[in-house]
Design a protein around this ligand. Structure first.
Ligand code: SAM
Length: 226
C-alpha cells in the first residue's frame, strides 16, 4: 500500500519509522511518504494560510498550495482522506475498508482548517473521506493522520506477524476485548482468574465472552444492540 501525507510538518511522521509500521516500510509492504505543503507555494514566505472570508478568528489554509500538492499525488485509485473534527467518526470498520485500498493520500489541516473548495473539488474528481478521530479538537491533522495510518496499516497483510492477533480485538466483533493476563499468576496480591489456568478451552472462551459483554455494557453501552 502506498500512503502519501501532505502537511506543513513532515518531520512529525519520522516516528512511522519505528515498530511494526517501520518494519513494514523496510520490507516494502507499506510505502509511506510525507510531503511539505510549503514546497507547493511560490512566495518568499511560503504562505499557506490567509484570513477567512466573512471574518472571524484564526486563519484558513489557502486552496492553491493544496491544489498543487494534491494534483501531484491523487490518481484514479486514490482515496483522499481529509482529517477534520467535522468529519465522519473514524472506526475499525472504516480502517478495514481503507486497508483494502492501494493508495491513500492524507491532507493534514492546521489553523481553522482547509478552504472548503479543496474538499469539494477532489470530491468531484474522485473519492474523498472527511475523517474525525474523536469529538475533540487537535491543533492539526498530523496526530489524526498518524492514528489512522497506524490503525489501517496494521490491517494490511504482512504488517502484523500473526494475523490471528487481529481477530480477537476490541471493535472487531462489536464488543470490547476481554482483560488479558500473563505470568506470574500472582502479582502484588492480585491473582489471575482461575478459569484461565484451568486448561479448559471451552470454559475459557465462554468466560472471555462474558467479560467482553460485561465490559462493553459498563464502558460502552452505546456499542450494544438495543
Ligand atoms: N475550526 C475547525 C473546526 O472547528 O472544525 C478545527 C480546526 S483544528 C484547530 C485544525 C486541524 O486539526 C483540522 O483542520 C484537522 O485537520 C485537525 N483536527 C483537529 N481535530 C481533529 C479531529 N478530532 N479529528 C481529525 N482531525 C482533527
Amino acid at each position: 500500500m502506498r500512503i502519501d501525507i501532505v502537511t506543513i510538518f513532515p518531520t512529525f511522521f519520522d516516528v512511522l519509522g519505528l515498530s511494526l509500521i517501520g518494519k513494514a516500510r523496510e520490507s516494502g509492504v507499506l510505502d509511506i511518504r510525507a510531503h511539505d505543503l510549503r514546497d507547493f507555494t511560490h512566495d518568499r514566505h511560503r504562505t499557506v494560510d490567509d484570513t477567512p472570508y466573512g471574518g472571524g478568528a484564526g486563519m484558513v489554509m489557502k486552496p492553491e498550495p493544496w491544489g498543487e500538492a494534491l494534483d501531484s499525488l491523487v490518481g484514479d485509485e486514490t482515496v483522499l482522506i481529509v482529517t477534520s473534527p467535522a468529519g465522519e467518526p473514524f472506526t475499525q470498520t472504516i480502517a478495514r475498508e481503507l486497508a483494502n485500498e492501494s493508495h491513500l493520500v492524507f491532507a493534514c489541516g492546521r489553523y481553522e482548517g482547509i478552504d472548503q473548495r479543496v474538499v469539494d473539488h477532489y470530491a468531484e474528481r474522485g473519492r474523498v473521506r472527511l475523517l474525525s478521530i474523536g469529538d475533540y479538537v487537535l491543533n492539526g491533522g498530523e496526530v489524526a493522520a498518524m492514528a489512522i495510518v497506524e490503525a489501517v496499516g496494521r490491517l494490511v497483510p504482512g504488517v502484523v506477524g500473526n494475523p490471528a492477533s487481529l481477530v480477537e480485538e476490541s471493535h472487531e466483533d462489536g464488543l470490547l476485548e476481554y482483560p488479558s493476563y500473563t505470568k506470574p499468576s500472582e502479582w502484588r496480591g492480585l491473582t489471575v482468574p482461575p478459569v484461565l489456568l484451568s486448561g479448559n478451552h471451552g470454559l475459557i472462551a465462554s468466560w472471555r465472552h462474558d467479560q467482553q459483554v460485561e465490559r462493553t455494557r459498563r464502558v460502552r453501552p452505546d456499542l450494544l444492540p438495543d
